[in-house]
Design a protein around this ligand. Structure first.
Ligand SMILES: *Cc1c(COP(=O)(O)O)cnc(C)c1O
Length: 355
C-alpha cells in the first residue's frame, strides 16, 4: 500500500533500512547518556541548522508530540494572552491548550475562502500562534503573510506549527521565534517524536516569567531543556529509536535540500489540483488558490468512502475529510516520502474511477 494519508503517513523509502540498521546496532538498548546518543542529538542539531538555514541563536529540543510543543510554548512564553489564527482542528487545539492553561487568549477563526484580518490583532498580545499548513481543512498560511505579521507586530513572539509542511518550504527563520514539527508526516518516520526549535527571544521570555515567579512547567520547561541540550541530553528517557531514525533520514533530506524537495512537492500538488479542476464531481474546498494547501489537498465529493475503497484495491490509501467533512470530502496528503511517479499513478486511478 502507498499511503497518501495525512498522518501517520507513508514512511520515507530509506527508513526500513535504517530500522534494520538500528536493530543491528543495538540502538534499542542504548543508554541516553551514552556517547552514541550524544552523536545522534548533535547530528540532528547540525543537519537541521543546515537544512532550515537556522539563525545561530536557535536551540533544538525534543518533545513527545506537536501537541506537547504547543503546551510548552504557551506555558513558557505567555503570561496573560496569546492570539491564535485558526482555520481547523490543529490551530484550534493550540488555542484550546492556551485556554486550558488559564491564559486569556484570543482566537480569530476563518472558514474556507475567508482571509484573516491582521489589523484586529491586539497590539499587546504576547504571542501570535499560527499553523503553516492546517492539515484538517487544507488551508495554507502564505509565508508572505507570516512575514507581514512579523512586521506589523514586532514585539509579539511568533510561533509556527510546521508539522505537515516541513520540509517543503524555505522559511526565513529570522522572522519567526519558534517552529515545531512531529516526525510522522513530511519526514516519513514512525510517530512519537517532535522537534521544537526556539530562538533566544523565546528563552529570554521564559527567564522573565520564571523570575516573576510564574509557573513555567516542570521537566520540559525551556530552562531545563536548554540546560540539558547543552550537554546533548534529554532529562527523561526519550524516544531514542526515533531520534536515531531522524538523524539518519536527515542525511537524505540534507543531501536533497529544501529547494529540490519543494520542487517535487509543488509538481505533485499541481497534478492533484489539475485533476480536481478536470473532474466536475471533485470540488476543491478552497476556491482561492492563495490559501490552497500544497501538502493536504481537500476536495468535496459524494460518498468519499466508495472512492477510498476503490483506490485501496489499487494499492493506494487516501484520507477522508476531517471531522464534519468525513462523509463529504477526501484528503490527499502530499508529503515528501511519496514520489512524483506514485502521485501520477494515483491521479490515473482517480481519473479512471470518474470516467
Ligand atoms: C498532525 C498535526 C499535529 C499534531 O501532531 P501530534 O504529533 O499528533 O501532536 C499538529 N499540527 C498539525 C498541523 C498536524 O498536522
Amino acid at each position: 500500500m502507498v499511503y497518501f494519508t495525512p498522518g501517520p503517513a507513508q514512511l520515507y523509502p530509506t527508513v526500513k533500512n535504517y530500522l534494520q540498521e538500528a536493530i543491528e546496532n543495538d540502538v534499542l538498548s542504548l543508554s541516553h547518556r551514552s556517547d552514541k546518543f550524544i552523536s545522534f542529538y548533535q547530528g540532528i542539531d547540525q543537519k537541521l541548522r543546515t537544512l532550515f538555514k537556522l539563525p545561530n541563536d536557535y536551540h533544538i529540543f525534543f518533545t513527545a508530540s506537536a501537541t506537547e510543543a504547543m503546551e510548552r510554548l504557551i506555558e513558557n512564553c505567555v503570561e496573560k494572552t496569546s492570539t491564535h489564527l485558526v482555520s481547523g482542528v490543529f490551530s484550534s487545539r493550540f488555542y484550546e491548550i492556551a485556554c486550558q492553561l488559564k491564559r486569556q487568549s484570543v482566537v480569530q477563526s476563518v472558514e474556507p475562502g475567508q482571509a484573516y484580518d491582521f489589523l484586529k490583532i491586539a497590539k499587546d498580545t504576547e504571542a501570535i500562534c499560527l499553523t503553516h499548513n492546517e492539515t484538517s481543512s487544507g488551508m495554507q498560511f502564505p509565508l508572505e503573510d507570516v512575514y507581514r505579521l512579523r512586521d506589523m507586530y514586532p514585539e509579539a513572539l511568533l510561533f509556527m506549527d510546521i508539522v505537515s509542511s516541513a520540509p517543503c518550504f524555505e522559511i526565513d527563520f529570522t522572522k519567526v521565534d519558534a517552529a515545531f514539527f512531529s516526525v510522522q508526516k513530511g519526514f516519513g518516520l514512525p510517530a512519537g517524536l517532535c522537534v521544537l526549535m526556539v530562538n533566544e527571544r523565546v528563552l529570554k521570555k521564559t527567564e522573565q516569567l520564571n523570575q516573576k515567579g510564574a509557573n513555567i512547567g516542570s521537566y520540559h520547561n525551556f530552562l531545563n531543556l536548554s540546560q540539558m541540550a547543552q550537554k546533548w541530553f534529554t532529562l527523561e528517557t526519550p524516544n531514542v529509536l526515533n531520534i536515531y531514525l531522524l538523524n539518519r533520514v536527515l542525511d537524505d533530506f540534507v543531501k536533497r535540500g529544501i529547494p529540490e524537495v519543494s520542487k517535487i512537492s509543488g509538481a505533485k500538488a499541481d497534478l492533484f489540483y489539475d485533476l480536481i479542476d478536470q473532474i466536475s464531481a471533485l470540488i476543491p474546498l478552497h476556491q482561492n488558490p492563495r490559501f490552497r494547501s500544497e501538502n493536504t489537498v481537500v476536495a468535496k465529493v459524494d460518498t468519499p468512502q466508495k472512492l477510498i475503497d476503490y483506490l485501496a484495491t489499487k494499492g493506494f490509501a487516501i484520507g477522508t475529510g476531517y471531522g464534519d467533512l468525513k462523509t463529504v470530502a477526501i484528503r490527499i496528503a502530499n508529503y515528501p516520502p511519496t514520489t512524483l511517479a506514485q502521485a501520477e499513478e494515483l491521479v490515473g486511478y482517480i481519473s479512471a474511477y470518474f470516467n
